[in-house]
Design a protein around this ligand. Structure first.
Ligand SMILES: [Zn+2]
Length: 498
């Protein structure tokens, strides 16, 4: 073999050996060296994998997730992927949790998807709508209204906004009736609780300033009302263990004199309906067992009494109604030997003073009389008529037209007076009796007196007209009778048969 041939063969061998080693050495190196990392190329950010190849799709890198498009470009901002929406923040890292972007607030779930509609977090509920935008303040969602605070947190319970509102546990605004904490409320369509009076389905209710509905007995503006368990204001009668009550149409509890239907009733300060005798000032009333005020003729405990249409008892003494045997009076001297019952003294003095002040000259010709005095008067009259030539029967009948049978004279009551003028006793001042009686006919009513016997009522009173005879009944009665045109018998519903 030639020397040159040998060199070529060795050279080939060395080359072959070196080549093989080089080839295998390169391969080993390529398989075990990490070539991953961020790459920037022409303003596009990419990421190379272990082998140095640029990645696409979702990638977890250093604890964050990224998304690379088909052209390897790292994505940032909103991303629509697989019918979900993601947000890739600064540096392209997938965002989770709250996100403020373009003036809106969003929430990205743990998996990066945009949250929509309701969101339940530890601190409460939020609402993000179909678009995933956080809602605050008033929101209409479906058929219901909700309120979210500035941070979007859904409100529950009582919340003071423009008005007070209540939100249920599910956040919906309470409207209509609401029962919580042993109290009842009524909220209008805007969720504002009613205060004060409320008309609802033909019933009335009352709510305090705090919106709580009233039940039971309640004082409102100084008046008493009753509300049922359901809060409905009571009207009409009510009876309980303490008595009978009445609530007027406006709900106020009746007190004092009250007209109900055709009848009069009396309720005391506690609202309890009164029965039996009732004394008010100088007036006496009787309330029947059913509470109605006695009017007209009424038997009480076996005795007959007369009451005015307004229920005031008036003592009736006439030929058919003698003075009751047990009648008690409190005589006081009014002038000279004239006595009256103390009950009419002040009124009588006032009336006499008024006449005198007008220059009239009133005088008494008779006041209280005992039965014995009446007998004397009677006898006197009869004797005078007989002396004039009448027989006794006629004399008696003629006397009866002016003089009451002893025991039936109003003068026995101490409440009747015969009033004349100066000329009745003395010469001088002619016409003074006429003037006095004309004044009395016009004004006696104002002082509680009535002109007892008039010509028109002779058949009813049994007496001829007596322009001088005045009877005290009290102004409540006299003023009511004044223009009625009724005599006392008519006014009291009395007739001769009773
Ligand atoms: Zn008289």
């Amino acid at each position: 073999m030639k020397k040159s041939k040998k060199i070529i063969l060795w050279s080939l061998l060395v080359c072959l050996l070196l080549g093989s080693a080089g080839f295998f050495g390169w391969t080993w190196y390529d398989n075990n060296v990490d070539r991953s990392g961020w790459r920037e190329k022409d303003g596009v950010t990419m990421y190379a994998d272990f082998h140095g190849k640029p990645v696409t799709g979702w990638q977890d890198i250093d604890g964050s997730r990224y998304y690379f498009a088909e052209d390897h470009a790292l994505q940032t901002g909103w991303l629509e992927w697989d019918s979900h929406t993601y947000y890739l923040g600064t540096g392209g890292a997938m965002h989770t949790g709250w996100l403020d972007e373009n003036g809106h607030t969003y929430y990205l779930n743990e998996d990066g998807t945009l949250h929509t509609l309701w969101l339940e977090l530890e601190e409460g509920r939020y609402y993000l709508g179909e678009e995933g935008i956080l809602r605050t303040l008033w929101q209409q969602i479906g058929d219901d209204r909700y309120y979210f605070d500035e941070t979007g947190l859904m409100q529950r319970g009582w919340v003071e906004l423009d008005d007070l509102h209540y939100f249920h546990e599910d956040g919906t605004l309470a409207c209509g009736w609401l029962e919580i904490d042993d109290a009842t409320y009524h909220l209008d369509d805007n969720g504002t609780p009613a205060t004060g009076w409320l008309e609802w389905e033909e019933s009335r209710y009352f709510f305090g300033q705090d919106g709580r509905m009233y039940t039971g007995q309640q004082e409102i503006d100084g008046k008493s009302y009753l509300f049922g368990e359901s809060g409905v204001m009571h009207t009409g009668w009510l009876e309980d263990g303490t008595g009978k009550f009445y609530f007027l149409d406006d709900g106020t509890r009746a007190s004092g004199w009250t007209e109900i239907g055709e009848n009069r009733y009396f309720f005391n300060e506690e609202g309890i309906m009164h029965t039996g005798w009732l004394e008010q000032g100088e007036y006496l009333y009787y309330l029947l067992p059913d509470g109605t005020a006695a009017a007209g003729r009424q038997e009480v405990d076996g005795e007959v009494h007369y009451f005015t249409p307004k229920g005031i008892r008036v003592l009736l003494v006439n030929p058919w109604h003698p003075l009751p045997a047990d009648y008690e009076l409190n005589l006081v001297a009014v002038e000279g030997d004239y006595y009256v019952d103390a009950g009419c003294l002040d009124a009588l003095n006032a009336m006499m003073d008024a006449m005198k002040a007008e220059g009239l000259l009133p005088m008494f010709s008779s006041a209280y009389r005992t039965e014995a005095q009446q007998r004397g008067i009677w006898k006197n009259y009869v004797q005078r008529y007989m002396a004039a030539g009448y027989d006794e029967a006629t004399a008696n009948a003629m006397t009866a037209a002016y003089v009451a049978v002893p025991g039936t004279s109003e003068h026995h009551t101490g409440l009747a007076l015969d009033i004349v003028g100066h000329d009745y006793y003395y010469s001088g001042h002619p016409g003074s009796t006429k003037a006095v009686q004309a004044w009395l006919k016009e004004h006696c009513w104002e002082y509680g007196f009535i002109l007892r016997y008039t010509q028109e009522k002779v058949a009813i009173t049994g007496f001829n007209a007596e322009t001088w005879h005045f009877r005290y009944v009290g102004t409540e009665v006299s003023m009511d009778m004044k223009d009625s045109g009724l005599c006392l018998e008519e006014y009291l519903g009395a007739d001769k048969t009773q």
